[in-house]
Design a protein around this ligand. Sequence first.
Ligand SMILES: [Zn+2]
Ligand SMILES: [Zn+2]
Length: 358
Amino acid sequence: MRAAVLHEIGQEKLEVLDDVEAVGFGPGKVRIRVRATGLCHSDLSAMNGVLPQPAPFVPGHEGAGEILEVGDGVRHLKPGDRVVLCWLPACGACPACRRGQTQLCLAGFMNAGTPNFRRPGGDLFGFAGTGTFAEEVVVDAGCAVPVPEDVPFDIAALIGCGVTTGLGAALNTADVAAGSSVAVIGCGGVGISAVQGARLKGAAEIVAVDPVASRRESALRFGATRAVPPEELADARQQVTGGEGFDYVFEVVGRSATARTAYENTRRGGTLVVVGAGAMDDFLRLNMFELFFDEKRILPSLYGGGDVLRSYERTIALWRAGRVDLAGLITHRVPLAEIDEALDQMRTGTALRTCIEI
Ligand SMILES: [Zn+2]
Ligand SMILES: [Zn+2]
């Protein structure tokens, strides 16, 4: 079968090969025919070494497809079922799961060191234990979450990462208060989802901050009340908050420099929500006086910061009711063979989400 492969960390392009096999099928596993996958910024971060990931590997972790085959002991799925791939599956038994913080379950990560694919030349890993830039993938049954028939594959794929992450940051982690002021720094697919989440919660002002003009225009369509390039954030803060700073600032870039900007633009006693996935050697500097005296709350948000399956269900309900726009997030579509185009669209910021049809 075909899959897009990164041979070495640091390479900019992927090679689409047709001699790849999905391996590891057996008890407790399912084989999935991937139908659609989104390109998430974390895929690029894994390719360039910002996020830890062994190579060679098949990127892609935001996917949806249908079940081809189920292993012994798998009762909740059958061939033909439509599923979202969940790259952070919950075991249901560890302390984090029992507390309801299934986004903190590490059980699924135990598989990340095991190859998911094989070629005549050797083994390949799948990014984050999945690897959705492939026609087929074998995963633990817990990574395959059934979705209703009316959810198209491209929409289901978005729920697998970007939308869950961005919406959850606003709905779960920040729990944005009605009437509040919000700034969202970084307006790709995740940032726009945070904008939609803030709007759902009744934020009065939502300022979208992004250097790319097309993303700023998109943010306005999705509920931002104004959209500015980074150099105009100080003016917007003055106009919207009288200079005090925003009640909530979402950092959706994953860099210490933007996190510092976000911190400085949060009002005293306000909330900084860290959504972007950054590097292990990139340190955020805060002095101990400001940390104590300004009483700003710093809330990291991993994969939506709440129960993962509940977040999926909630997103589907909101989408069905027309309360969130998911189709509008897909600005580009490419077949797997043209995946490098998707990478370029992500790097230049022209896409909110590119859907790769497989
Ligand atoms: Zn992602
Ligand atoms: Zn667990």
